[in-house]
Design a binder for this molecule. Structure first.
Ligand SMILES: [Zn+2]
Length: 216
């Protein structure tokens, strides 16, 4: 296995798991958001196109996202690192495209780890979340403070209100359920409930089954 796709609803803890993998495994982490921002910063042909689309409030289409992933994934696969894909594929079409990009038997090297969290748990998690208005650090209900370590004010984002969260979950379900169905033979579900260290322990056990060892 060389490519690990992280799936999970908003609030399922994908960000935490991605960070844990980056710190404890020999991985190259791909977030499509970051890849897009990089291209914009480099002012590459694709980057300029993306900048126009985002500037006019549009959504970056599958063709562009696929192109950027294809370009970057090839560079990394040669290095032997585990490639972690986060936020991609987001649709079944992208999943089919990704298989198409993989030469030969490489698509058999794809494994999918889906963080499974009850939607009520997600709603509770996100609606209790506060974000620093200055540095963007996220705080949960266990953080009994009013001011960020950096001195910034903690605010509740509009996006984190319960009705908005429920809408995002519905959208995620409609868009991404077909992705996990598509990968049924290559997918493992891991419960994302409980403390972060309980979740990462489950992730370790799953990766061990895939033959992936932690970095020493
Ligand atoms: Zn802060």
């Amino acid at each position: 296995m060389k490519i690990l796709i992280l799936l999970g609803a908003p609030g399922a803890g994908k960000g935490t798991v991605a960070q844990y993998l980056a710190e404890n495994y020999d991985v190259c982490h791909f977030s499509t958001g970051n890849l897009l921002r990089n291209e914009v910063k480099k002012e590459s042909d694709i980057g300029l196109k993306v900048k126009d689309i985002l500037g006019s409030g549009g959504l970056v289409g599958d063709d562009i996202v696929n192109g950027i992933v294809a370009k970057n994934i090839e560079e990394v696969l040669g290095t032997g690192s585990l490639v972690v894909l986060d936020g991609y594929p987001r649709t079944k079409n992208q999943a089919i495209e990704l298989d198409g990009m993989m030469a030969g038997s490489l698509k058999n090297e794809i494994r999918v780890l889906e963080l499974d969290v009850d939607s009520e748990v997600v709603v509770r998690r996100i609606s209790q979340r506060r974000v620093c208005s200055s540095c963007g650090k996220t705080y949960g209900p266990q953080d009994k403070i009013e001011v960020c370590a950096c001195g910034g004010e903690l605010i509740k984002r509009k996006d984190d209100e319960e009705s908005v969260v429920r809408d995002r979950l519905k959208k995620y379900e409609a868009e991404t359920r077909p992705v996990s169905d598509y990968y049924v033979d290559r997918l493992v579900k891991v419960s994302g409930e409980g403390k972060p260290e309980e979740v990462t322990q489950r992730v370790d056990e799953t990766l061990a089954k895939f033959g992936i060892k932690k970095r020493r």
